[in-house]
Design a binder for this molecule. Structure first.
Ligand code: ZN
Ligand code: ZN
Ligand code: ZN
Length: 311
């Protein structure tokens, strides 16, 4: 199995982190400047809009399909348009090669390339969505513009609860939306919008103000963190970049796998290297998560050409 990140777009979220996340304070700001330096930009913060390509012998799957083309709703909202078709061509995947499109949820920045409003963008693919999500969005603009054409083409597969899809496990992770699901693969836990900002992996109780049910969302985050910690599989969510490696126990950073470096920046691609500020190596308190940014492990490759913009 090979998991590749396809970076559809990068944009600055138009609201400040302090307004977007309940409980954001100096501690979170300090952590972010150390662990994801450059993430906060002016009043907003950088988000990537990732689609994940999962290639198995048994088939080709896309998990989420980004912002979509210029002129689409998400592109208008964010002021950037997506480039997924170009990135797919770059990795040698044509639209007819895609066997499945898993939608973690039906927000407009995750279904941008699902259909062109008339027909599905991936003519052979089954599109997989949770029943609770479909019930939640049916009749709304995003459903009408992006999902209804898929349903009418007979390509929408509605699942309920935990579902095995070839070598992947679709795992309900409600809260952000009622039918949000994560995709557990051998290489990464594709967590959709369960984590909108990397700091939510450190403080799962940090609530994103647009979450449908903040308490349920925090529970889903904790479950995903536990899963990632127990399996050693990194979390790759739709918007934070890079992926997040979760450690099972609060650990002094110098004791993390990979060595004696006191800074997690050593695990970032070249171009990182901010010195940790004094005190950044302090012991985490009980119950806190040990998080270091990483890149997809194993055979995972990254196609995220504007990564350095974020730094
Ligand atoms: Zn990216
Ligand atoms: Zn969302
Ligand atoms: Zn999103």
């Amino acid at each position: 199995m090979d998991v590749t990140v396809l970076c559809d777009a990068v944009a600055v979220f138009p609201e400040g982190v302090g307004e977007a996340f309940g409980g954001w304070g100096d501690e979170q700001a300090g952590w972010s400047s150390r662990v994801v330096p450059g993430n906060v930009a002016g009043v907003g913060w950088w988000l990537h809009f990732h689609s994940y390509l999962v290639v198995e012998r048994a088939g080709v799957t896309l998990v989420d399909v980004g912002v979509g083309p210029a002129g689409g709703e998400a592109a208008e909202w964010l002021g950037v348009s997506g480039r997924l078709p170009r990135l797919l061509a770059q990795v040698g995947v044509g639209v007819t090669d895609v066997d499945a499109v898993v939608l973690t949820h039906v927000h407009l920045d995750h279904v941008g390339w699902a259909s062109d409003g008339v027909r599905p963008m991936f003519p052979r693919a089954e599109y997989v969505v949770q029943r609770a999500e479909l019930d939640h969005v049916r009749g709304g603009a995003t459903y009408l513009n992006r999902i209804r054409p898929i349903e009418e083409a007979g390509q929408l597969r509605v699942v309920e609860g935990e579902t095995q899809l070839r070598g992947m496990r679709l795992l309900p992770t409600p809260g952000h939306t009622p039918g949000h699901q994560a995709v557990v693969t051998e290489r990464a836990v594709l967590a959709g919008d369960a984590f909108v900002h990397p700091a939510q992996a450190r403080w799962p109780e940090l609530t994103y103000v647009y979450e449908r049910d903040p308490a349920v969302a925090a529970t889903s985050r904790r479950e995903l963190l536990s899963l990632a910690a127990a399996t050693g599989i990194p979390i790759a969510a739709a918007h934070p970049h890079p992926t997040l490696n979760v450690h099972p126990k609060p650990t002094h950073p110098s004791a993390l796998p990979g060595g004696s470096s006191p800074t997690p920046d050593s695990q970032l691609p070249p171009g990182g290297g901010d010195e940790p500020s004094p005190g950044s190596g302090s012991q985490l308190a009980a119950g806190e998560w040990g998080i270091v940014p990483g890149v997809l492990g194993g055979d995972g490759r990254g196609v995220c050409p504007v990564y350095r913009v974020q730094r």
